[in-house]
Ligand binder design. Structure first.
Ligand code: CAA
Length: 257
């Protein structure tokens, strides 16, 4: 399948999605959203695909929601369309995915990266929520996900001043999991994705659900959810295989069952 604003390729069990709207620094217009929804749904539905990497260009992961598209829209239209709600279909992706960020990840670009299970940043990455300078505020989850990732002080600083955070600060603040040289970004993200793709697939989904639950619930309920999912995994063929493989000192052979 081909997309107007994305390049999608598969490398073994890894899907590589590249946002490709260079004329607008990958600004996220309705077409990019529609393409992302379709590409992520195709990935989630394909049992041969086990991890996805989303990246942009060297200069911009994405410079935000498309300001020119939003310029003429008032409250009634935004509310009526439930503008940005489509991104919930991207965050509903069950299987793991990584954002590989080089250059600008601003506004909706930062918010899209934060929807990923984790972010790998190039040393050139710049994160920001500059919407205040446009008379608005984050609208794709930035005020919530950024605050959960970096805490109130830095989230307030970023949202109220609209300043950018470089990759080193983003790593110190736990917004990104690691920094790599820009030239190696996609290769390093693919390497991480291949490692995930080599894991038992049901366990990968369960691990993702557990970590995400930490942001949705209290500690005791989260720990119970974790323990019950752990118990549930013990009913899978891949658990029997994984433990047998350890004891027999050989690699596991996963069936996803
Ligand atoms: N929407 C639409 N077009 C955009 C865009 C955006 N978010 N960001 C960049 N572009 C376009 C520019 O208009 C320009 O197009 P033209 O050549 O047709 O004029 C092209 O991309 C190149 O951009 P610049 O010439 O501005 O490039 P630069 O290197 O001088 O500056 C930049 C780069 C600092 C990222 C600058 O483009 C910029 O500040 N962009 C806007 C960043 C922003 O405010 N993002 C938040 C958007 S609101 C939002 O995202 C809401 C939300 O919560 C979801």
């Amino acid at each position: 399948m081909s997309y107007e604003t994305l390049l999608v390729e598969t490398r073994g069990a890894v899907t590589l999605v590249t946002v490709n709207r260079p004329q607008a620094l990958n600004a996220l217009n309705s077409q990019v959203l529609a393409d992302l929804i379709a590409a992520f749904a195709a990935y989630d539905a394909d049992p041969a695909q086990r991890c996805l990497v989303l990246t942009g260009s060297e200069k911009a992961f994405a410079a935000g929601a498309d300001i020119k598209e939003m310029q003429a829209k008032g409250f009634a239209q935004m509310f009526g369309e439930n503008f940005f709600a489509g991104f919930e279909r991207v965050t509903a992706t069950r299987k793991p995915w990584i954002a590989a960020v080089s250059g600008y990840a601003l506004g909706g670009g930062c918010e899209l990266a934060m929807m990923a299970d984790f972010i790998i940043a190039a040393d050139t990455a710049k994160f920001g929520q500059p919407e205040i300078k446009l008379g608005v505020a984050p609208g794709m989850g930035g005020s919530q996900r950024l605050t959960r990732a970096v805490g109130k002080a830095k989230a307030m600083d970023m949202c109220l001043t609209g300043r950018m955070m470089d990759a080193a600060e983003a790593e110190r603040a736990s917004l990104v999991s690691r920094i790599v040289p820009a030239a190696d970004l996609v290769a390093e993200a693919l390497k991480a994705a291949e490692a995930i793709a080599g894991m038992p697939p049901l366990a990968a989904i369960a691990n993702k659900e557990m970590v995400n639950t930490a942001f949705e619930t209290g500690l005791a309920t989260g720990i119970l959810f974790e323990r019950r999912l752990f118990h549930g995994l013990c009913a899978t063929a891949d658990k029997a295989e994984g433990m047998a493989a350890f004891v027999e000192k050989r690699p596991g052979n996963w069936t996803g069952k």
